[in-house]
Design a binder for this molecule. Structure first.
Ligand SMILES: [Zn+2]
Length: 95
């Protein structure tokens, strides 16, 4: 189940007063929030990995930047454009 399906399942249980809801609503909400954090953390890791692959093949050379959209002066200077640091570190790796 994805997050939306799980949220709907939790709402349904709460609406129908299924056992565990009501008495322990606070615990259930906390548990569900922990699940969301785990899922979004996983998604963030996967996005980072995908971005790394794109940096490796030099995708940042086609401006605007595919990560942040920057397209201004000092494009390759990390002090101006932080993504440039990943570009310099990763470009050409594993090729
Ligand atoms: Zn950028």
């Amino acid at each position: 189940m994805n997050i939306v399906e799980r949220l709907r399942a939790h709402q349904k249980k709460a609406q129908h007063g299924i056992s565990g809801y009501g008495k322990n609503l606070y615990e259930n909400v906390n548990e569900f929030c922990a699940e969301i954090y785990a899922d979004t953390g996983l998604a963030a890791d996967r996005i980072d990995a995908l971005e790394d692959e794109l940096f490796k093949i030099g995708r940042m050379e086609d401006s605007p930047c595919f990560v942040c959209g920057y397209n201004g002066p000092n494009y390759y200077q990390p002090s101006t454009h932080p993504c440039a640091e990943r570009h310099h570190a990763l470009k050409g790796k594993d090729q």
